[in-house]
Write a protein that binds this ligand. Sequence first.
Ligand SMILES: C[S@@+](CC[C@H](N)C(=O)[O-])C[C@H]1O[C@@H](n2cnc3c(N)ncnc32)[C@H](O)[C@@H]1O
Length: 257
Amino acid sequence: MNTLSGEFLRTDFGHEVYDGWYLEHAGHNFEAPEFVEKHFPFYEKVLLLSKNDKILEAGCGIGSYSRAFARHGYRVVGMDLSPNFLAEAQKITQRENLEIEFILGDYNEMRFEEKFSVIFFEGSFFYRSKEGLVSLLKRIHKALTPNGRLYFVHSNQSIKKMRFPETHWSEVKKNVFVLQNQEYDESIDGARCTWLKIDLETQKHYKCDYFVKCLSPDELKNCLVEAGFMDFHFYKKRRLEDFHPKDDGFSVVAKKR
Ligand SMILES: C[S@@+](CC[C@H](N)C(=O)[O-])C[C@H]1O[C@@H](n2cnc3c(N)ncnc32)[C@H](O)[C@@H]1O
């Protein structure tokens, strides 16, 4: 039997463990092109997309959604804080002969002014506090052109936390395992996520953990209003029906007047 002797090396969110897991699983997780295409009619409809739109995909990862927008004829810029993901995004995009600008950056620091008509987050909308959320929403509001639209998916923590702790193991390569664990922490009213990568061959083990806050739908509405969004709608996750409080998550579309 194999035993663990190596020490856990710490790594930042977005490095060895997290990026590695996504890169090695990109073919068959939620970023798969078929999954993206399946939901495309929903995005086009709720975002009222037209060919004049200029879209920012924030937290684009390997660019699966950015490429779908480009394939459908929209202008798109992809932004991510991970150079690993962006390198992969560029490679696949060139192979497909598509035109997309990718920029390395943290969306919490973005300083665009009326530059995009759509700002789109899919599986990438994270914040650590109410203040952090309002500040992010204000930056987004500023970056949008008049009538611009914001899209993101949000968890309904009161329902989701009933499933916590949630743990997944996967063997990403022979003798290399990744463990993902999420649990609810009452003291901070959010989810603690821990990722471990265990390499039984090299005995190098990596750990990253991060914390995600999830305000309730009502608190989220207040933050949207505080940031200047008066017009918004909560849908079922990637579906045209309205969100129900028993759903574990929802899609938000907010419009700048
Ligand atoms: C779960 S992946 C989703 C990737 C992509 N949206 C998709 O669904 O295919 C989350 C992505 O968000 C990025 N991310 C997280 N926080 C970010 C931030 N503050 N600024 C830019 N990118 C961020 C991560 O690097 C990662 O690529």
